[in-house]
Design a binder for this molecule. Structure first.
Ligand code: 13P
Length: 256
């Protein structure tokens, strides 16, 4: 069903020390050695990146960061630039995760700036969108997500969009064990693709990968991938254990 190369990205959030990251990488590399036809990424805390780079070097598993700043360099105490995460081995970067929007105060404007800067730096941004439970219950999920996608991606051409991944993560499904139904997830992922088509044309939209995130596990990945517009998953809790995450990807491969 998936028309694009499936993409499964783990988001470790604020978990793992360097030794744990190294042990994970060694086990995960061995478990996924035979996997083909899927792009896999691990988005790790900044402090784990160089350890993971050294472990994953030369292999197919992509390394990602979970955030970056929207300027190249300068007096921004505590921030991390795109060049720094590239230097630490990253090929990808999560932008605008709902935890950063809700807890740290990221806005659609900073998400848009970061997305552009990531693309300029040669990184693959994984741009996160998604509604709160209140917005869903008010039946405003569709306009809410459409506006988030438009604001994040406005002005990008087909070349840039081919390097962008959009992750639809309904906030009420994150870390709650409550997954959106495959039909609900498909509806909004199709909306994301339609919005991209409106911005840059149908051909660009057909090439852009749209992921679902929110309590994705080995048990529900196949159903999600069977829907048409869901090209993979952004996985939180189930990406922390190498065996669980490898099993999730194995089931994804059976499904596509
Ligand atoms: P969970 O898979 O733990 O629900 O987290 C989803 C998420 O936020 C991934 O970015």
């Amino acid at each position: 069903m998936v028309k694009r190369v499936p993409f499964i990205a783990g988001n470790w959030k604020m978990n793992k020390l360097t030794g744990e990251a190294q042990a994970f990488a060694r086990e995960f590399k061995a478990l996924t050695r035979e996997f083909a036809g899927v792009d896999i990424a691990i988005c790790a805390p900044f402090t784990c990146l160089t350890v993971l780079r050294d472990e994953l070097q030369g292999g197919p598993i992509l390394l990602g960061a979970q955030n970056m700043f929207y300027e190249q360099s300068g007096a921004y105490t505590g921030e991390i630039s795109p060049a720094m995460i590239l230097d630490a081995g990253c090929a990808a970067v999560i932008i605008g995760h709902s935890e950063r929007r809700e807890i740290i105060g990221e806005t659609d404007e900073t998400v848009a700036r970061k997305t552009r800067l990531a693309l300029e730096a040669g990184l693959r941004p994984i741009v996160c969108v998604g509604e709160t439970l209140a917005v869903r219950e008010e039946k405003r999920a569709v306009p809410h997500v459409r506006a988030q996608v438009e604001k994040a991606l406005a002005g990008l051409g087909p070349d840039d969009l081919s390097r962008v991944t959009v992750a639809y993560e309904p906030i009420w499904a994150i870390g709650t064990g409550r997954t959106a139904t495959a039909a609900d997830a498909q509806e909004i992922c199709a909306l994301v693709r339609g919005t991209i088509a409106g911005l840059a044309g149908a051909a660009a939209a057909e090439k852009t990968r749209v992921l679902y995130g929110g309590s994705v596990k080995a048990d529900n990945i196949a159903e999600l991938l069977g829907t048409g517009d869901i090209d993979g998953a952004l996985v939180g809790g189930a990406s922390l254990n190498a065996a669980d995450f490898a099993e999730l990807i194995r089931r994804a491969l059976v499904a596509v």
